[in-house]
Structures are given as C-alpha cells and as structure tokens.
Write a protein that binds this ligand. Structure first.
Ligand code: PEP
Ligand code: MN
Length: 249
C-alpha cells in the first residue's frame, strides 16, 4: 500500500496496531498474517525508554526487518522518530511518523518533521495541557491540518493503579474545537492488558477518530510493554466488537 492510500480524512475508524517494539521477523510476520490486522502497523525501532538500561529498540537491525517484511507482505508502517537524524533513514519504510509523549516538546524535531510532508501522529506529553499540545501541533503547521493527527495516550494523575489517566475529555474538546483528527492509545493509557479493549470502546464512544493499540504474539516474552499488549486472540476479539461500533478503515 502506498502512502497516499492512507486517508486520515475518512470517517471510518482509523485502527493502528502492532508491537511496542519490532523484535524479530517472526514477531512481525505473525502480526501481519492475521486477517484482522489493520492497514497501518506500528512498531518501535528507536525506543525512548524511561530507564537507560531497558531495551532501546533494534535500531538499524529493526529497520532491515521491516524492509524485508514489507517485501514479503506489503503494509503501511508507523514508527516513532526520536531524533531528527533518524528521519531520512526512516522515510523509505514509514508512512506516518510518530512523535512520542517524551518528545512532544521537542520543537526542533517537530520543525524538522514539518518539512517532509509525511503525516505525523503527535502524542500528548505526560503532563501537557491541551493548549501546550496544540502549541506543539502548530510547529507541524506546514504539513497541513490533514496530516496532523493528535494522540491522547493518558496523562499523569495522583492515582497509580493504572499507568496513566485516559483523558477522554480531551478527545471531546478537541473534536469540537480543532480541525485535527484525534486518536487514542488505550495501551499506554491503561497500561494493563485486561483494560485495553474496554478503553478502546470508550474512546470510540467519546468520538475518537482512531486507535493505536499494542499487540504482541507472545506478550509474556515481549522486550517492552508486554504487560499492556493484547495477544492475537484478544486483538481479534476487540476488532470484532469495534466493527459493531464503527466501520474500520
Ligand atoms: C509508544 O507508543 O511506544 C510509546 C512509547 O508511547 P508514548 O510516547 O505515548 O509513551
Ligand atoms: Mn509501548
């Protein structure tokens, strides 16, 4: 599928799914072989981990895996760009760039990304106000509003039972007051597998235009975020239920 086939203007629910991080050919192949897989597959190549000793992503090796798998089974790919120096290398394999929560305030990175005409998903920083988030989106202005997608991924709160506080109020507000598409990441919001699908349905009910969800063939051995990944049957079940709520792009 070509980049221009991705139409974020569609009124259908834009579903993105895949592993937190690309780990192996087999991992990606298993996800791609699933007939319920969405058009856009996520997978971290450069990871921004909170701890420097945690798995940092496969880097170049991960890019090679994605290239090879794209030849085997064509698919559109989204990955996080953590540094402007990665952009050129990622361009050939990336249909959409993801800017992570930790980089929402990295205005130089945003300015650089705004030069490439490729859609950008801008995640909300942990404690960003809606105004700060929209301020960051302004740096992508050159891409045109249709190529700027905001992603609510939960914010810090006083509570530690869940990973973050999923702010569906932001979805409702942004839908009414901005021209941007807004998607929700129920995985990083809730942080625990049993709650991810229900958060996804709630996001759709709140008016989200799409979802980005972490899926892993074997969450127990995932190198990052296994505790919040859906396995393939759990993903399939979520997709079946989503079909009842909205047509999926
Ligand atoms: C991710 O999507 O893999 C990720 C790191 O998310 P966030 O930037 O929202 O923490
Ligand atoms: Mn993750």
């Amino acid at each position: 599928m070509e980049n221009n086939a991705l139409n974020f203007r569609s009124n259908e629910l834009f579903l993105i799914a895949g592993p937190c991080a690309v780990e192996s050919e087999n991992q990606l192949r298993t996800i791609l072989m699933n007939e319920n897989r969405p058009r856009l597959i996520r997978g971290g190549i450069h990871k921004m981990r909170t701890n420097a000793k945690s798995f940092q992503g496969m880097g170049d090796e991960g890019m090679e895996i994605v290239k090879k798998m794209k030849q085997e089974i064509p698919f559109d790919f989204i990955t996080e760009v953590t540094d402007a120096r990665q952009i050129e290398a990622l361009l050939p394999i990336t249909s959409v760039f993801q800017v992570g929560a930790r980089n929402m305030y990295n205005y130089e990175l945003l300015k650089e990304l705004s030069r490439y005409g490729r859609p950008v998903i801008l995640k909300r920083a942990f404690s960003a106000t809606i105004s700060e988030w929209l301020g960051a989106a302004e740096y992508l202005f050159n891409l045109g509003e249709k190529n700027i997608i905001l992603c609510e991924r939960g914010v810090r709160s006083f509570d530690n039972k869940l990973r973050n506080l999923l702010d569906l109020g932001s979805v409702i507000y942004l839908k009414k007051n901005t021209p941007f598409k807004i998607i929700v990441d129920p995985s990083h919001s809730m942080g625990l597998t049993p709650y991810v699908a229900d958060a996804a349905y709630a996001a759709v009910a709140a008016g989200a235009d799409g979802l980005i969800v972490e899926v892993h063939p074997e969450p127990a051995v995932a190198l990052s975020d296994g505790q919040q990944a859906l396995n393939i049957p759990q993903f399939d079940e979520m997709v079946q239920k989503l079909h009842k709520l909205a047509p999926i792009f």
